[in-house]
Design a protein around this ligand. Structure first.
Ligand code: SIN
Length: 305
């Protein structure tokens, strides 16, 4: 029996292995998130939740593109009060729950965070980086002062591991990660989707009703790896790698660049819920074959080369 451990501790959030789903397209209902957990994920991440129910953008909201997918969901969600039932149901299934949330103002960010914490979320992921909405719905992730301020307000109100999900749609992601650190975050999730566009040449218009959407999947991976790398060089926070993780090799690349865990989104659509178990077991085999005993031993190793 191997003594090797896949367990990861993210500022008090203990995961049985370093995989989670990415908030985004999935995660609005507990049955689907239960399947994520049954598929082997170390924890589940909810769809981003706001104070009030929100319909999101009209269809089409998702389109497959070369190397991935574009989505412009527009943060649809049933609102924090309704969502408490979904979190309770996930807790009954034994899944550690990372509640993703957003707000239209600092006060709303704090209000939702408090509701989600009270109902039993194990950690919070502050989403200030959705490329499909404007500032009026919480897109403030390109402004370091706002990121620091909102993070600090939530930090002050809630005593849970706090992750801030960063946008790659900025000139200097390190500056934003540093702002999250100054605000008191425990980790940053790098990254949300890259703002992009797909065109229908027969209709002669953008495919998505919102015109632009967020690019995820394999095409995003090199950008996300670069972001994790740059943040790890400068900022002393846990990093959760997100963007184009489709198999265990991708996950190991993120770990070597400095991520302590990874989130998987688009590959759930292409590979099904078993992707989490496959990635975790692939990481185990890699550690075993290379003489490592735990995940933490390879985090950031590429920086030492
Ligand atoms: C969306 O709901 O538009 C996607 C979520 C996100 O990008 O944060």
């Amino acid at each position: 029996m191997s003594q090797l451990s896949l367990a990861v501790d993210l500022a008090g959030l203990r995961l049985r292995n370093p995989t989670m789903n990415a908030a985004g397209v999935l995660g609005m209902s507990s049955p689907l998130l239960r399947r994520v957990y049954e598929g082997g994920a170390g924890a589940v991440v909810t769809k981003s939740i706001g104070v009030e129910p929100r319909a999101g953008h009209p269809n089409p909201t998702v389109v497959a593109v070369e190397g991935g997918m574009l989505n412009a969901m527009g943060l649809p969600n049933p609102g924090a009060k309704y969502f408490t039932g979904e979190i309770r149901s996930l807790k009954e299934a034994g899944a550690p729950v990372v509640a993703s949330f957003f707000g239209a103002s600092e006060e709303e960010f704090v209000e939702v965070a408090c509701i989600l914490a009270e109902v039993g979320a194990d950690a919070l992921e502050l989403n200030c980086s959705c490329p499909n909405v404007g500032e009026e719905v919480g897109l403030l992730g390109a402004d370091p002062a706002s990121v620091e301020e909102v993070t600090a307000a939530v930090r002050e109100a809630v005593d849970l591991p706090l992750f801030v999900k960063l946008t790659p749609n900025v000139a200097d992601i390190v500056e934003i990660a540093r702002a999250a650190e100054l605000g008191g975050a425990d980790a940053v999730t790098a990254v949300n989707t890259l703002k992009a566009l797909a065109v229908d040449i027969d209709m002669r218009r953008p495919v998505l009703a919102n015109a632009t959407g967020g690019l995820s999947g394999p095409a995003l991976k090199p950008v996300a790896l670069r972001c994790v790398w740059e943040i790890a060089e400068v900022v002393d926070l846990h990093i959760i790698g997100c963007g184009g993780v489709s198999d265990w090799r991708d996950a190991v690349e993120f770990l070597l660049c400095g991520a302590s865990a990874v989130e998987i989104g688009t590959a759930v659509m292409t590979r099904g819920f078993e992707v989490f178990r496959d990635v975790a077991e692939g990481i185990r085999a890699y550690l075993e074959e290379n003489g490592f005993r735990e995940v933490g031993e390879i985090v950031g190793l590429a920086h030492e080369a």
